[in-house]
Design a protein. Structure first.
Lengths: 489, 225
């Protein structure tokens, strides 16, 4: 019962629920991380921009105050180099050459006047010329030959020249990339962890639901005494199990009530019937003339019909409520049909009817032998009463997967069109029928009590066709193996 | 033959009593389990008829109690319940019988006789049955009448054998269905009658004394005198 179901895990509800939950969770956390990442990126940018603006001011100030002599270049250059060592977000010292910072001064005519940094400075100048750089506002500068752009701040000094201070975004990007990587790994871990938790909790819950379903279906098939498993937890699933069990309690008690009612009804009717019949028989034995006996005999026959009607009505009523009590024993349908045919064949041939059995040999099922006898007797009685002479009844017995089915076909007039949709209802009978109209309802009731089914209709070539399917084994193996007596002793 | 009838319905008890007495039994009747127990302990009964629905106790428990006290006589159970419960089947297998209400009086009498016969020490296990000039060889499965071999099917032989074993007694249609075909059904067609007609056609030839008699509404008798 606690075995895992045969269906793959990917098709379970737990899997789907966790997949969707995880998707929502992943998108949500992804958005949060993206927002965080952006926030951190802009903060880093703001800090480096602030540094650039500050430094460029300082450099401009120094450049203005330093006399324009031979030492100018050296003084300004050293100040620029010193500034370059205080670069924010710098992760590692890059050795001697500092390529993350450049200082560039252009003359009034736009020519390169002073350069501090790696390389010749020409590509940087070219890039500066190509980019419109507004003083005091740091801008991205893409230098040809370098993958990583510089962040550049500029200032104009009094002599008409411009000072540019550039800071490579390499370190900043590296910080952000590191951060992104960490965010991603963390996100992945979180998502997997979340998926695991959701999957295992839903699966645990749904396993319980599945157990309830399995138990409930078993109860539907077999006995009403069983109950679905419950847990101590008072959650929705626990409540479901409790509610189902309450429902089963109620059903069981109403079935028991039905049994009590039918039993007492049967009893209350049977006793007077027995007394009446007994008295009639006694008065019959006192009668000496045939003419006087006639009405008594016909009353006795009426009483027997009434009894039969009573029995069948109660059986049908109980079967409709799935409450027919079965005493299952192994029954060979092939043998049973042969005995029934043996019993009915003379009456049929007397009426000019033929009956044939097509069977593949013994076919044993677990069933209530007495009910099957009555069911088949019903079917045969119907044929006997309603078929016109010279008709043939064909019976086929077949084994299907785990069911036995027998099909009865005749070449008579078939069912009336107007009764066809109501064949299994009580009290339905053809116009010329003299039965009490319980025949097929009873057949249906017996088949259903065994977990089988009956289908009835007309054949295309004319004639009736009734097929009865009965499961080979019942889920419930109750009932003592009471022997069916055969033959005389 | 002493018979104890345990039945609480006075109506049924009275007609059963009178018809059983008419059939030659000495009948003691009880209307409840207590009285039945007392009577059963005192008197030596050859057979008991017990209704399952007694006012003070279940008929089954009464039978079990009596059996524990050493009762060996056969018991015919009367039941108004439709589905015979397993315990009744168990008892029935133990050699007893049951009848569902309402029943034919003739059937009850026939079953009582059957039970008594079953319970009496068996005569040598006969291989031949003889009723007047009808003779059945049970080993060769052959029937003869006045020395003439009858052409019977095996089913007809079984039916005739059953009638012979109960010669002179009434057998009902449901008894025939039960003992010959092994089923308790009540067909609303004349299936049994047709079998009997056919058998009669073979057994009671022209110019011979008819042996198989029909009792309308009751059943059949194979005459033995």
């Amino acid at each position: 019962m606690s075995s895992k179901t045969d269906k793959p895990i990917m098709r379970s509800a737990a899997w789907r629920i966790s997949l969707w939950a995880t998707l929502a969770f992943a998108v949500g956390t992804m958005l949060v991380f993206a927002f965080l990442h952006r926030f951190v990126a802009s903060d880093i940018q703001r800090r480096s921009d602030a540094w650039l603006s500050g430094e460029v001011e300082v450099l401009g100030d120094v450049a203005e105050r330093t006399p324009k002599d031979a030492l100018y270049g050296r003084v300004v250059g050293e100040v620029a180099e010193l500034a370059g060592k205080e670069v924010p977000n710098k992760l590692l010292s890059q050795g001697s050459s500092n390529d993350s910072v450049f200082f560039l001064q252009t003359g009034g005519d736009g020519s390169l006047k002073l350069w501090v940094g790696a390389g010749s400075g020409e590509p940087n100048l070219k890039a500066i010329r190509a980019t419109r750089i507004v003083p005091h506002r740091p801008t991205d500068l893409h230098v040809q030959g370098l993958a990583i752009p510089f962040r550049v701040a500029s200032i104009r000094i009094d002599d008409g020249s411009y000072i540019y201070l550039g800071l490579s975004e390499r370190d900043e990007l590296r910080v952000l990339r590191n951060l992104g990587l960490r965010f991603f790994l963390f996100w992945l871990l979180l998502v997997l962890f979340g998926f695991g938790i959701v999957f295992f909790t839903t699966r645990r819950m749904l396993t319980h639901v599945r157990e309830i379903t399995e138990a409930a279906s078993r109860i539907g098939h077999s006995d009403l005494n069983a109950r679905v498993p419950t847990t101590a937890r008072k959650d929705e699933v626990g409540n479901l199990a409790l509610t189902l069990n309450h429902m089963l309690d109620r059903i069981e008690s109403s079935i028991r009530q039905l049994h009590t009612i039918t039993d007492s009804l049967a009893h209350d009717l049977r006793s007077p019937l027995t007394a009446i019949r007994g008295k009639l028989e006694m008065s019959l034995s006192a009668v000496t003339q045939i003419e006087q006996a006639e009405p008594i005999v016909s009353v006795i026959e009426e009483l027997d019909r009434l009894t039969d009607f009573l029995n069948k009505s109660l059986d049908v009523a109980e079967a409709k409520a799935d409450a027919l009590r079965l005493n299952r024993v192994p029954v060979d349908l092939d043998e049973l049909l042969r005995i029934m045919i043996n019993l009915y064949e003379p009456s049929m041939s007397e009426k000019g009817l033929q009956i044939r059995l097509h069977s593949g040999g013994p076919l044993t099922i677990e069933a209530d032998a007495a009910l099957l006898h009555r069911m088949i007797a019903n079917l045969f009685d119907n044929e006997l009463k309603h078929l016109p002479a010279a008709c043939t009844v064909n019976l086929r017995l077949m084994a299907e997967d785990d069911a036995a089915s027998f099909i009865l076909e005749d070449d008579g007039p078939g069912f009336d069109a107007e009764v066809l949709p109501h064949l299994f209802e009580r009290r339905v009978k053809g116009k010329e029928s003299n039965g009490h109209g319980l025949g097929l309802a009873f057949v249906d009731a017996v088949a259903r009590a065994h977990g089988g089914a009956v289908a009835a209709g007309n054949r295309e070539s004319g004639g009736a066709r009734i097929s009865v399917t009965l499961p080979v084994a019942s889920l419930q193996h109750a009932g003592s193996p009471a022997a069916v007596k055969h033959g005389a002793h | 033959m002493r018979l104890l009838l345990v039945e609480d319905e006075i109506d049924i008890q009275s007609f059963l009593r009178s018809s059983l007495e008419e059939a030659g039994y000495q009948v003691e009747a009880a209307a409840d389990g207590k009285t039945a127990e007392r009577l059963a302990v005192d008197g030596q009964f050859d057979i008991l008829i017990v209704d399952l629905g007694l006012p003070d106790q279940d008929g089954i428990s009464l039978i079990l109690k009596l059996r524990q006290q050493g009762l060996s006589a056969p018991v015919l159970i009367l039941s108004a319940r439709r589905s015979v419960d397993d315990r009744v089947r168990g008892l029935e297998q133990g050699g007893d019988d049951y009848l569902t209400k309402p029943f034919a009086l003739a059937e009850l009498l026939a079953r009582v006789r059957n039970l008594l016969k079953r319970n009496s020490p068996p005569g040598s296990e006969a291989t031949r049955l003889r009723v007047l000039d009808l003779e059945l060889d049970l080993l060769r499965r052959e029937a003869t009448r006045s020395g003439q071999v009858l052409q019977l099917t095996s089913q007809e032989f079984v039916l005739l054998e059953y009638l012979c074993r109960n010669a002179g007694r009434v057998v009902t249609r449901s008894m025939i269905l039960d003992k010959v075909w092994g089923m308790r059904i009540q067909p609303d067609t004349n299936v049994v009658d047709v079998h009997i007609y056919r058998l009669r056609g073979k057994v009671d030839g022209q110019g011979q004394q008819p042996l198989i008699r029909t009792l309308r509404g009751v059943g059949y008798v194979l005459k033995d005198r």
